[in-house]
Write a protein that binds this ligand. Structure first.
Ligand code: ARG
Length: 400
């Protein structure tokens, strides 16, 4: 493959990605490392991270705020696709990876780097998402993943860093592996590795325990335009503000906690805890609005598309031809998904209790059991005769 001379490194400010900086230079022979930290709404202070990269030997330290892009180009299409991996996980981490890959590639092209580096290990999904996305966007770039090769324990990693002048972490690191962004939090490892053990209360940051949530329900009206959430309680908000606010509101009622055993692409089952309050509410509300505005056959066909879409995103194929084709289908279906859904937040539940749309296909005249009924009851008889005809023929044959 040949040596890389300049690499752009996906940087978080943690021990592993900091140690990657000297490691790339010492062990991989990379001459210059440019770090890139993406602001995805993880709530970390990015100025100290920027400095830490320089202190660890980076020649340039980039910090890029991609929150709007994250929401508009990644979260919103996923909401339109009602994307829950294995029916439960709204892909909060998985959706961030192709975007990070995209800005890494953009930076590599801008700064004339010939490689991209990241700190993922060889056991997870994130390495797949990074590598495949980078390859899709620029197949000429080399990909360096030191942590996939170095085989160092945590203590050894810290010791390697200290030898290179990198400060060891001040506070004792938590036993959990955390990944956080605007769409939610993923928590793994430590005591959670035993699937029988209930997650301790203190692992949760974005959602209240049901024991501590308000005793009164709260209602929120979510406005959608062409399948995209645009307002909360009548107030039009940009994507980042809308998700931030809805995270707070629904997290306060304990909505969006997920505790599941999930199937990683690399064949491992892992126990995951997620907190995704806004995404959980938005996908359920969006699906509810679709039930009012889409025909039965489109809704049913879309379900299969949604399943495939979720798997593609989870498995790192955001930038792939099939994903592009599914996007086209989903976009076509969203033309008339405009309206408002009323959601009741209470004790860990987000219950859809009302929906309205100028494009509603619901007809009160047809549905009513009252005197305004316009449905032609007599027409049902002939319809049922034809509908049941194959069954009648089959049954008569059996009895001959
Ligand atoms: N299992 C989740 C996923 O594959 C979350 C991964 C979280 N990553 C982490 N470094 N803790 O999307």
């Amino acid at each position: 493959m040949g040596r890389a001379t300049k690499a752009v490194l996906a940087y978080s400010g943690g021990v592993d990605t900091s140690v990657c900086i000297p490691y790339l230079k010492n062990e991989f022979g990379v001459e210059g490392v440019i770090t890139l930290a993406a602001d995805l709404g993880q709530g970390d202070e990015l100025e100290p991270i920027k400095q830490k990269a320089l202190d660890s030997g980076a020649e340039e330290s980039l910090v890029i705020d991609v929150r709007e892009r994250f929401v508009n180009e990644f979260a919103f299409p996923a909401i339109q696709a009602n994307a829950f991996y294995e029916n439960r996980y709204p892909l909060s981490t998985a959706l961030a990876r192709p975007l990070i890959a995209q800005i890494l590639v953009e930076a590599a092209e801008k700064y004339g780097a010939d490689a991209i580096a990241h700190g993922c290990t060889g056991k997870g999904n994130d390495q797949v998402r990074f590598d495949v996305s980078i390859t899709a966007l620029n197949p000429k770039l080399k990909i360096l993943a030191p942590a996939r090769e170095w085989g160092m324990s945590r203590e050894e990693t810290i010791a390697y860093g200290e030898k290179c002048g990198i400060q060891s972490p001040v506070k004792k690191s938590s036993p959990y592996s955390l990944d956080r962004n605007l769409l939610g939090m993923a928590i793994e490892a430590g005591p959670l590795e035993d699937p029988w053990v209930e997650a301790p209360k203190d692992v949760y940051r974005l959602t209240k325990a049901i024991e501590d949530t308000p005793n009164e329900p709260e209602y929120v009206e979510i406005g959608f335009e062409k399948g995209i959430p645009v307002s909360l309680n009548g107030e039009f908000l940009g994507g980042v503000a809308l998700i931030t606010k809805l995270n707070e509101m629904s997290g306060n009622h304990g909505v969006g906690r997920i505790d599941m055993i999930e199937n990683r692409l690399v064949g491992i089952k892992s126990r995951e805890i997620y907190e995704c309050p806004a995404m959980t509410v938005l996908i359920h509300a969006h699906r509810d609005l679709e039930s009012l505005t889409l025909t039965a056959d489109v809704t049913r066909y879309k379900r299969g598309i949604e399943e495939t879409y979720s798997q593609l995103v989870y498995n790192g194929l955001w930038f792939s031809p099939l994903k592009g084709a599914l996007d086209a289908f989903v976009q076509q279906t969203q033309e008339r998904v405009t309206g408002i859904v009323r959601v009741k937040l209470f004790k860990g539940n987000a219950i859809m209790v009302g929906r309205q749309s100028a494009n509603s296909l619901y007809s009160m005249d047809l549905a009513t059991y009252g005197s305004e009924d316009v449905f032609d009851h007599k027409a049902a008889e002939g319809f049922i005769y034809i509908w049941g005809l194959p069954t009648r023929v089959w049954s008569e044959k059996l009895r001959q």
